[in-house]
Design a protein around this ligand. Sequence first.
Ligand code: GLA
Length: 382
Amino acid sequence: MNKTLINSIKKSFIDKFKGDPIMVFSPGRINIIGEHTDYNDGFVFPAAVNKGIVAAIGKSNSNSSIVFAADKEEILEFTLNQIKPLAQGSWQNYVLGVVSEIQNRSKIISNFNIVFGGDIPGGAGMSSSAALENSVAFGLNELFNLGLSKQDMILISQKAEHNYVGVKCGIMDQYASMFGIKNNALLLDCRTVKSKPFEIDFKDSELILINTNVKHSLSDSAYNDRRSVCESIASMLNIKALRDATEYDLETIKDQVTPENYQKALYIIQENLRTIKASKSIENGDLKTLGELMYSSHNGLQNQYKVSCDELDFLVEQAKINGHVLGARMMGGGFGGCTINLVAKNESENFKAKAAKAYKAKFNNDCSIYDVKLSDGTHIIK
Ligand code: GLA
């Protein structure tokens, strides 16, 4: 964890509000494979990382609550009985949404102050938003003894995103951020919302992230569109979610859907199978297969599900031509953010340098490269 960040958030809280705050760390996440499968009741394979949100939180005697976003130096002040989504909010709506969903559960809170900051950039596809939501839910639960379970809290965070941010997200991000286990990835069944941990030790290989540093604007509406396509095809098939469909089932309604939507549903069915296969290949220490599955996943996201972009495709191409990268794919919702790469350790510096140079030459823009460690989920910092 980032000690400098923790100290500066704590200091900023004390300077502004006095008192001794509860300190919460809530991690971002990576996802090895299983993209856009979560809202189809399918499997995903995420892990919490050692980067995320640090929040300092304490009670307030004033008539309003104040949240200070230290990175942006922006303040949100609100009265607890008058909460509604802000028209143009970004981080504000994540916070307000969580407070409102807690109130919807008839939990009583009084005024509070929060200072938060983080070390993952928004838009990186590493779920800084779920980390922020979870940090607020966890902090308020602790501060006011609300008696919420971790399971309750992730549902609160997810609802905040649905109702305040307007993105009909699945449960992967909030789950991974809350339930992460150090050195493990979690094979999560998004129907039962239960996961199986897999210890991750890739021996001579490692995972690295490359951030395109772009976030194309249609991402939220495209996300909701994809979700509704999946739901409508599931209902044509008379099943609860695409997780229950086979390629054969899909074939039976092929002439009733557009070719584009057929490909989208096909992608989901295939990605779900890839995710289960990936967990088996990790169990068998078969990184070659894991890497191939990651490349196929990207191919599906790019050409069938159509949520990639030129910058992500370019970075995955750089991985492919390298020869020492076993697998690579875009990660998260898409339209920007990071690629996740499975790279031979002794070649990784080389790859990073080459990819960064090529990216700059192509887009006249820098990419950012992150090494991450797999970490525990949302917790109090002692
Ligand atoms: C976003 C959503 C998740 C998930 C991914 C795609 O991160 O918040 O629920 O759907 O996109 O896998």
